[in-house]
Design a protein. Structure first.
Lengths: 358, 110
């Protein structure tokens, strides 16, 4: 074996197949073999394929358990093959010179604390997965994403999105990290209604992390996603609104009701957004907003708990809006009393967006 | 020669279309376009639909090349974008004389 890497006797793709299809003993052996690879890049490449089918095995491979809560890397305008980049700030270390590094560090911390304090959840996988973030991805990259194992932030292009905007915005960071939570729980497929639900949970918990950090009740919150990151090509205060879908910025076309659900083919055409996942998410987003307002107080408490319980214990990869409505109503009855004001409020919220829960 | 790149998805789900039409480029850039298209191997790449599972907030691309009566359109996910195609896309987005438009997800005309 080379000292700077591992020469696989069994090729990585075969090990993946063993993990996906093998008996428990074969699986464990294959996972262990992959885990000893010192070539982080190789390990991560294999892990991405696993993430979709075997998230627990993938989690075991992603990074060695270091006990670190979060680490921020600078990928120096490199691309996905260069992730995570050079280590810029580890857990407990003092602030770096680079504001983006510090913002990503704080955003990961705030999101971790939210899930831990509010829902007793230990990181996105519930098992203390180290939160890795890389900043300065590519050049003028106007996006941020969770890649199945870590957070990745571009700098923005100052046209669509402000330079530095993604790491300045806590709800953006928490939105992306919540994709991780979904990946390890319901696994909602990123297409059509399950995809719109996936987007909605990320917007909802993105907003809740922000609301709790500001100590805002449901009626004090602005319920905006991406406020302050909009560049000159996208005129308006924010990217999306849970309170008033369709009003956040000039091109916001989100519906707030099933009557305006936009049917788009799930055909991989970039015009079609995998069946409108970023568009139709306005409907379940608005249902949550209505529920939170009706319940009053802090939105993350009752409404947040109902939605979190639904995501992590009731939904599956193909769940649609109806399934989410049915489950949230049922969960609210189980948690707070069948037929109680909570259950009635959740039921009414879904009815107001055009879905009748069972 | 005309290259049109449609990019959808990302955090906002927005659609950005950038086009480089040789008619509107300088002679040097016209040549550069041809070189980049050749290096991107677009006329050799398979047009089979992308069967990968879509990933949250990643981009999806459709690149269309028109040249001497031939037209080819190929889809890519951000993760599987070959380097030659990525270079072509970056260049089309910034070259003098390129055109650009932004629409909401689903397209402006509904």
């Amino acid at each position: 074996m080379a000292s700077d890497g591992v020469c696989f006797i069994v090729p990585p793709h075969v090990l993946v197949q063993m993990i996906e299809e093998g008996s428990p003993e074969v699986r464990t052996s294959a996972v262990n073999t992959l885990a000893i690879s010192e070539r982080v890049r190789e390990r991560r490449a294999v892990t991405r394929r696993l993430v979709q089918h075997e998230p627990q095995a993938a989690a075991a491979l992603l990074l060695p358990p270091t006990g670190e809560r979060r680490t921020v890397y600078d990928v120096h305008n490199g691309s996905q093959g260069d992730l995570p980049g050079t280590r810029a700030r580890g857990e407990g270390e003092p602030a770096a010179e680079d504001a983006a590094v510090n913002q990503a560090y704080d955003g990961a911390g705030a999101t971790f604390d939210f899930y831990q304090s509010v829902f007793d959840r230990n990181s996105v996988d519930g098992q203390g997965l180290e939160l890795v973030s890389s900043v300065h991805f590519e050049a003028s990259y106007d996006n941020a994403f969770w890649d199945g194992g870590q957070m990745v932030y571009g700098d923005g292009d100052d046209q669509m999105f402000k330079r530095g905007g993604f790491t300045e915005c806590l709800d953006v960071m928490a939105h992306e990290l919540t994709h991780g939570v979904t990946q390890f729980t319901a696994g909602l497929r990123y297409r059509v209604q399950s995809g719109a639900l996936n987007e909605s949970f990320s917007d909802i918990f993105g907003s809740l992390v922000k609301q709790r950090s500001l100590g805002q009740t449901a009626d004090q919150a602005d319920w905006l996603i991406g406020e302050g990151i909009m560049g000159p090509q996208l005129p308006g205060p924010a990217l999306r609104s849970l309170k008033a879908p369709g009003t956040a910025f000039q091109f916001d076309n989100q519906p707030a009701h099933m009557d305006h659900y936009i049917q788009l083919p799930d055909d991989g055409d970039p015009h079609h957004d995998h069946g409108g996942v970023h568009i139709n998410s306005g409907i379940p987003n608005h249902a949550f907003f209505l529920a939170a307002i009706a319940l009053g107080g802090n939105a993350w408490e009752k409404a947040g708990t109902i939605w979190y319980t639904t995501l992590t214990t009731r939904l599956n990869e193909n769940s649609d809006f109806q399934a989410a409505a049915d489950a949230t109503v049922d969960v609210s009855g189980k948690l707070y009393g069948a037929g109680g004001t909570e259950e009635q409020a959740i039921r009414a919220a879904w009815e107001q967006v055009g879905i009748t829960p069972a | 020669m005309r290259v049109s790149v449609v990019r959808g998805g990302g955090f906002g789900g927005l659609i950005r279309t950038t086009t480089a039409d040789a008619k509107r480029l300088s002679p040097d850039d016209r040549q550069k376009l041809a070189v980049l298209v050749r290096r991107a191997g677009l006329f050799d790449a398979p047009t089979a639909p992308n069967s990968e599972e879509p990933e949250p907030d990643r981009f999806t691309y459709a690149v269309t090349v028109e040249h001497e009566g031939k037209r080819r359109k190929i889809g890519f996910s951000e993760r599987s974008l070959p380097e030659g195609v990525r270079n072509l896309i970056s260049w089309v987005a910034t070259v003098d004389g390129h055109e650009e438009s932004i629409e909401p997800p689903g397209g402006a005309k509904r």
